[in-house]
Design a binder for this molecule. Structure first.
Ligand code: MV4
Length: 484
């Protein structure tokens, strides 16, 4: 096993990885920027390394500084978390060159799956279903017109290097194809420094279902089932669950999607944790979209239904262990659902709401798991994604899990910054959500209603409404300030 592991990330995922390291008794190194000097991750790690100023371009995205920190602290492995450099082949390669284990797939696998057109071709080569479309990048308008009329409108233009819906356009008919190609291509150039685009048939109201994969360095790959992630806002997931409500309708879907995902990963020489993303149409046909070559934000729902710890497994697999499980060992029990608690204002177009958390009451009790990166008094920086915590619950069935999530949200208090707790409570009461009737465009039409603000001095009133903190301890009890 590793001598010491550096966690090249921040927030709740850094905490998640640090917890696994502590459980394995592996010494840990957190990294931090100016804004994160007093972060929870820094407090929980054995050691901490300063990276630089708050902007991620000067801290969490600096390969040179991360490698220097790993060397200075004697770390022989780096866990990248998600976001930042987690899917950066150059970073994975730089770690390998420095003799440091990158806890993730090889740089070659990341590269092979980094381009959507390349991933599409890989899927086609192993007979996995992809959305009907072009085999490679579009080079001229006449070709685009030919292909679009063959697959039929509406078509979708996508950036080969794409992500987050950038460089994506739906085209309803041939007359709007030329302008849409130009727009998508220039947006792709601006966002990804690659103007390459390709065409797919546009699916109407598809679901987003993804398969969790695990692979070792000895050619073994298994899947841990699916996550339903159809509730998204502007390509940001809002709620994730496992199993997908579709699994109740078709128990073979998971196994067919899992088999397709494994074939694609095998063709890319994939190891460690990864996720194959699929779209599923109204007739429950599934189509491979792309591979996410990292641990994902929503991994806890898979952990809750499989009773596996993905970070422990990532450590073992990166250290060269043979997969300790075979496909037939994987069992799925009950239902898990997760929501992402954000410092954002649902009444103001989900605008980020950084600032000091004046009061924080977190839920617990049966079936509740909280992955948080914050504490009361913490100043949520404006420099990063304002994810505060992930609240995940497990219950024997889906409706009990939703009731449990609602109960946990009702216990949660976050004062001082705007947050999306109330948004979730409304969403979880929606008949379509309760019925599991989900699709990726659902939140485009969901109408959120803000609760009325408190009267008068809002903070004072809100604080008074909740359980007051204990009074200062009298002098005779001073010795009680220890966990003993
Ligand atoms: C699609 C699609 C419909 N048809 N492709 C959006 C981001 C990217 N990773 C894939 N996306 C989509 N691709 C075809 N051929 C609809 C979407 C889509 C979407 C997909 C997953 C989750 C949320 C989404 C929201 C809007 C559109």
């Amino acid at each position: 096993m590793f001598r010491k592991v550096l966690v090249a990330n921040r927030g709740e995922i850094a905490v998640r990885v640090l917890r696994a390291l502590r459980e394995r008794r592996i010494p840990s190194v957190a990294v931090y920027s100016d804004a994160d000097r007093k972060s929870l991750a820094v407090q929980l790690a054995d050691e901490a390394a300063y990276l630089g100023p708050s902007p991620s371009s000067e801290s969490y995205l600096r390969i040179d500084k991360l490698l220097a920190a790993a060397r200075a602290h004697g770390a022989d492995a780096i866990h990248p978390g998600y976001g930042f450099l987690s899917e950066n082949a150059e970073f994975a390669a730089a770690c390998a060159d420095a003799g440091i284990t990158f806890i993730g797939p090889s740089a070659a696998s990341i590269r092979a799956l980094g381009s959507k057109t390349a991933a599409r071709q890989l899927a086609l080569s192993v007979g996995a279903p992809v959305v009907p479309g072009t085999d490679a990048a579009i080079t001229d308008l006449a070709e685009a017109k030919r292909i679009a009329s063959r697959i039929g409108y509406p078509v979708m233009i996508k950036a080969a290097a794409g992500g987050g819906g950038k460089g994506m356009r739906v085209v309803e008919n041939e007359s709007s194809l030329e302008a849409a190609l130009r727009d998508a291509s220039s947006e792709a150039e601006r966002s990804f420094k690659s103007a390459e685009v390709y065409l797919e048939k546009a699916l109407i109201h598809p679901r987003h279902v993804e398969i969790q994969l695990l692979g070792d360095h000895h050619g073994h790959l298994i899947h841990l089932g699916e996550r339903e992630c159809s509730l998204q806002r502007r390509h940001q997931k809002v709620i994730e669950e496992s199993p997908s409500p579709l699994s109740a309708l078709d128990p073979t879907l998971r196994h067919r999607m899992g088999a397709a995902a494994i074939k694609i990963a095998q063709a890319a020489g994939y190891s460690n944790a990864g996720t194959a993303e699929f779209l599923v149409d109204a007739d429950r046909n599934f189509y491979f979209l792309e591979m996410n070559t990292r641990l994902q934000v929503e991994h806890p729902v898979t952990e809750l239904v499989t009773s596996l710890d993905l970070v422990h497994l990532q450590l073992d697999l990166a250290a060269g262990a043979v997969l300790p499980l075979q496909q037939d060992d994987i069992r799925w029990t009950g239902h898990a659902i997760e929501c992402r608690l954000y410092a954002e204002d649902p009444a103001n177009n989900f605008f980020p709401s950084p600032g000091v958390i004046e009061r924080l009451e977190l839920p617990s009790g049966p079936g509740v798991r909280l992955d948080s990166g914050v504490y009361e008094g913490w100043n949520v920086p404006l420099d990063y994604d304002p994810l505060l915590a992930k609240l995940a619950v497990w219950a024997p069935d889906r409706l009990t899990a939703i009731a449990r999530l609602e109960r946990a949200l009702s216990e949660t208090v976050i004062l001082g910054i705007r947050n999306n707790i109330h948004f979730f409570r409304q969403l979880l009461a929606d008949p379509a959500v309760l019925a599991g009737d989900l699709h990726t465009t659902f939140l485009n039409t969901f109408k959120y209603q803000d609760p009325p603000p408190p009267e008068g001095d809002a903070l004072a009133a809100a604080l008074a409404a909740y359980r007051p903190k204990a009074a200062p301890l009298p002098p005779s009890r001073r010795s009680a300030w220890r966990n003993a």
